[in-house]
Write a protein that binds this ligand. Sequence first.
Ligand code: GUN
Ligand code: ZN
Length: 434
Amino acid sequence: MSQTRKAYRAAILHSIADPAEVGIEASYEYFEDGLLVVENGRISALGHASELLASLPAEVPVNHYPDALITPGFIDTHIHLPQTGMVGAYGEQLLDWLNTYTFPCESQFADRAHADEVADVFIKELLRNGTTTALVFGSVHPQSVDAFFSAAQKLDLRMIAGKVMMDRNAPDYLVDTAESGYQDSKALIERWHGKGRLHYAVTPRFAPTSTPQQLTLAGQLLKEYPDLYMQTHISENLQEIEWVKELFPERKGYLDVYDHYQLLGERSVFAHGVHLCDDECARLAQTGSAVAFCPTSNFFLGSGLFNLPMAEKHKLNVGLGTDIGAGTSFSLLNTLNEAYKVMQLQGARLSPFKSLYLATLGGARALRLEERIGTLHPGTDADFLVLDYKATPLLEYRLQQAKSIAETLFVLMTLGDDRTVLQTYAAGQQVHQR
Ligand code: GUN
Ligand code: ZN
């Protein structure tokens, strides 16, 4: 057994609670000279190197990183696989952006070879950026999800994905039907859900592109299978919200459309939520639903500023989303840099420890996976990162001036990106080396 045991010595930091609930000091654990012990894909011990090394058998290899920080792997709660090739599409807001750029790009996924090629690029990009778990939109084509899960399975990654359901208000070449969307999703669930570390998410794109019949069948799938996820978009853009009112005049508002079709729940993640009102946040929280906060996307499409303090007031679960390809970076460090500015523009703060929480344990809670990922507690999956304090000359110089782990962490989030991620581990295996 000890042959599979490995130890990693470095500064080690993880989030153990939401700073909004317990205060900043009680929200994290930090070991200035720490040791993380990994065995059979799981973390078996975490503590001070001085204490743990004494009892570690001499044959267990120890990787020592004197200039690095070990953290849990990052969790991206909203991202689109088939938009990898269209990041940085110029000039439009949401609805025109979808019609002009997104739908044509996603249509290429009818071709399985194309889907395989992009899935490979996409997963490499996630791991290069330190993202070990993501909640992923495929395209309308089931083969996009087959391609993604096949690639993720090879690396034993914990990933969640689903085929987009969209049976109206999109080009003919990109729609399914209520019935085919249901059947194709069902076949994917049977093939992939619960296989290894993979999970399926029922994925109606957003209310405007699904008929009431399709939304009904999406709700039915959630009842037919235990522990399925549901992902969609909500209240991202003001024109979008007006359109939903026109399409569903009988409903009280945007969230009420999803509520009516029984799509809210503990494994439901709603992307954006920029323009949610107080009552909608309360209802999301009451049903255990989560919101994915996507700052780079909300800036890029001019959608607006997410009101994190309002979500906190309602104890609503919030994760971070890159929302590639409306988002502009795969890096959750980069995403946190922008999240900080979203708060600044609203006269609020985002502490580095709240940021760490959002990128790790907060994301895990949004996905109901906090028993498995998001922290470095012994017994959880060994999904972790080695972040390099010397990744760039400026980072190295700036961190020499840092006087606390709070300052170090905040600078990592301000200057950091893919270059900061020296190594990524999933289930105890190294899956990226810079
Ligand atoms: N709303 C519906 N589809 C999409 C999408 O692909 N990206 C974003 N950002 N919003 C959406
Ligand atoms: Zn999205």
